[in-house]
Design a protein around this ligand. Structure first.
Ligand code: KG4
Ligand code: ZN
Length: 347
């Protein structure tokens, strides 16, 4: 079965073709960074308009590039939520309409399920059951995964998501949008000894997270230390050292909770996914900890950590193979708990 996947939930247009026998045949991502950069964050209306402009040409380009004819496509998967409603509606309307025109089934995919299953696109992929840490711009969740669609929420952020905290901290340090990757790049040359930030909610039992206080801690440090700095180089160093302290605190907190979660779930396998899983220090620390405990960590290649069409095509393929599909009516769900999804029995 050959599935076209369409992702338009936020500020990237992603399209991909995934086949049940041959795997991923191709994918394309168009990033809206240039559009939103001057506003310092995603402007929802501009995001929707750009998806309207880019989605169909990107699909045409993908078909041309892979040499696939539209008659060969057996199903269409589009991101149905969660995300920005206008942005979601573009992909959902295009995906549902193409499926109708081609007389093939369509399925609305949960964006975070897409992220969660993205490591399955790699050659070395995890087996069920496992614990997943989903860390993106909108979510920070620990989930016990028994199979596709069989998810138990173990813990989540009570306020900001980890990616959101990265972005907000980057912004207050004066770094350009998109802040998270920029802050991570800066942190690489930071002095880990200069500042120590708190590891929120690690001193009590449980698997929930809180990252909003960390952002305030960064702001207070930045403002109080900045006053004593009188040249550009020292200011840049201060920014770099705060970035390092912030990243270390987030990574440490995530690692501590991941260890707890795999113990609690009696799991040996941990999957990292979502935009923040592109973070080098997080990947490295999780790998080390799991290796020490006789377990194994899996994560997608960096381009499949952030939003892309490949993960949507893959997740949609699993559901279409299990004969799950939408009627002609379609919906966009800006909020959509992943635990509401139906199980998929595979193999
Ligand atoms: O999964 P994603 O592309 O979109 C959402 O579903 O939210 O995640 C985007 C988030 C942003 O907050 C971005 O700052 C963060 O992932 N991110 C990173 C890195 N790359 C992306 N955060 C820390 N380090 C990175 N290298
Ligand atoms: Zn995402």
């Amino acid at each position: 079965m050959l599935v076209l996947g369409i992702e338009t939930s936020c500020d990237e247009t992603g399209v991909a073709l995934c086949d049940s026998e041959q795997g991923l045949l191709g994918h394309l991502v168009h990033s809206q960074i240039d559009i939103h950069a001057e506003y310092g964050g995603v402007v929802p209306e501009l995001a929707s308009r750009d998806h309207v402009r880019k989605t169909l040409p990107l699909i045409e380009q993908l078909l041309k590039q892979t040499g696939i004819e539209k008659q060969q496509i057996d199903g269409v998967a589009y991101t149905a939520g969660p995300g920005l409603v206008g942005a979601l509606l573009v992909g959902a309307a295009i995906g549902r309409s193409l499926a109708w025109a081609w007389q093939v089934p369509a399925v609305g995919v949960h964006h975070m399920e897409g992220h969660l299953l993205a490591p399955m696109l790699e050659e070395s992929s995890p087996n069920f059951p496992f614990v997943a840490l989903l860390v993106s711009g909108g979510h920070t969740q620990l989930i016990a995964v028994q199979g596709v669609g069989e998810y138990t929420l173990l813990g989540e952020s009570v306020d900001d998501a980890a990616g959101e905290a990265f972005d907000k901290t980057a912004k207050l340090l004066g770094l350009p949008y998109p802040g998270g990757p920029e802050l991570a790049r800066l942190a690489e040359s930071g002095d880990p000894e200069r500042f120590t930030f708190p590891r929120p909610m690690t001193d009590r039992p449980g698997l929930d997270f809180s990252f909003s206080g960390l952002k305030t801690f960064a702001l207070n440090t930045w403002q109080s230390e900045k006053a004593a700095v009188d040249d550009e180089a020292a200011l840049r160093q201060l920014q770099t050292d705060i970035a390092r302290a912030f990243e270390d605190a987030v990574v440490d907190t995530l690692v501590i909770k991941c260890r707890r979660a795999i113990k609690q779930a009696e799991a040996k396998t941990l999957v990292l996914a979502g935009g923040v899983s592109a973070n080098k220090r997080l990947r490295q620390r999780i790998q080390e900890v799991l290796a020490k405990e006789g377990g194994q960590a899996y994560y997608p290649r960096p381009e499949f950590c952030t939003d892309n069409g490949a993960m949507i095509a893959y997740a949609g393929l699993q559901r279409l193979l299990a004969d799950q599909q939408e009627p002609l009516r379609f919906a966009a769900k800006p909020r959509w708990p992943m635990t509401e999804l139906a199980a998929v029995n595979i193999g």
